[in-house]
Design a protein around this ligand. Sequence first.
Ligand SMILES: NC(=O)c1ccc[n+]([C@@H]2O[C@H](COP(=O)([O-])OP(=O)(O)OC[C@H]3O[C@@H](n4cnc5c(N)ncnc54)[C@H](OP(=O)(O)O)[C@@H]3O)[C@@H](O)[C@H]2O)c1
Length: 354
Amino acid sequence: MQAVALFPEGPDLRVIEKERPEPADGEVLIRTLSVGIDGSDRRIVDGEIGGDVPDGEDHLVVGHEAVGIVEDANGTELTEGTVVTPLVRRPTDAGSHAAQNGELDMAPAGAFHECGIFGAHGYMAEYVTCEPAYLVTVPASHAEYGFFVEPASILEKSLEQAFAARSGFNWRPESAFVLGNGNLGLLGLARLATGEEFERTYCLGRRDRPDPTIDFIERVGGTYVDSRETPLRQVPAAYEPVDYVFETTGYPKHSVGAARALGPNGVATLQGIPGEATFEFEGGAFHSDLVVNNKALLGVVNSRKTHFEAAVDWLSDVSSGLLDDLVTGRYSVDEIDRALDDSPETLKTVICFE
Ligand SMILES: NC(=O)c1ccc[n+]([C@@H]2O[C@H](COP(=O)([O-])OP(=O)(O)OC[C@H]3O[C@@H](n4cnc5c(N)ncnc54)[C@H](OP(=O)(O)O)[C@@H]3O)[C@@H](O)[C@H]2O)c1
């Protein structure tokens, strides 16, 4: 079968021939339908993050946003023909507290591998095997968009965490601000703009018009904010002090800026993962602002089964036209280089196995 694999020396990405995997006891065999590509995949391929190969191997099969069909249920509770999407993390110790509780997304480093990111093969292969515990069912009617479940699950976890952080009082949020108009940002904006939690949405970018991401922001009813014209500290005066910030730029200064854009009692979740960076900021004012305005800043990474299920619910309800607007390219595995290209015209690209 064909697979897309990263050989860390270089690094070098190749389409390779691999033996079709045999499901072990308790695993199912999945025929992959499609695998989405995001900014993290591009950074893995560029050697910036992850890329560690599984023990004893010389390559890492990439891809962590997948949807497929159960081809061989192998005596498990699943049935053949079911459409499924796999979680990303796998435990290094199946007996750990996080693994036993299905909360690997909250586990410390060292307690897990991330399929297609580090330490365990991903899903950009014609067939993969997986235990049902790490699979979530997708309605067959939405198989075409199943690769969106994993990234949409990040937003679901972030919203859950944000509301949990504000659960000690009667929080009445109205506005949400997405920082970043890339893969995660636009999908997150689509979820926030079509959901019931917020009345107004904003999205930060650094692009000139005409631009397809600005078109998408406005199509879902959001307001485009250009970070070159309006630094985050000016957002409250230029637009409004926002109740929720969903950061996806990975731009380090936005950890501080996110708090500045918030109104009293607001909460920001940070999802971006910057590399090493040093910068100066007014620490005293930042600290005081958090305290006297009851603001909360949370880091959020990965997601678990319940977040995947919430993402499936949203994807099942949202118009397919909106999802189609996000997908700018569906490619075969031999076109992986084109799929990884990140031109300003690129929103979401997908590798399709059929
Ligand atoms: N926490 C998690 O579980 C999780 C999950 C997935 C991804 N991530 C991380 O989240 C981040 C976003 O992922 P992605 O796939 O959406 O990446 P992406 O497609 O590269 O998107 C990042 C976007 O941020 C914009 N941006 C960067 N700096 C900016 C600035 N100063 N002002 C305005 N816009 C700015 C970029 O704009 P241009 O395109 O115009 O340059 C780009 O559109 C990455 O750091 C990724 O590693 C985290």
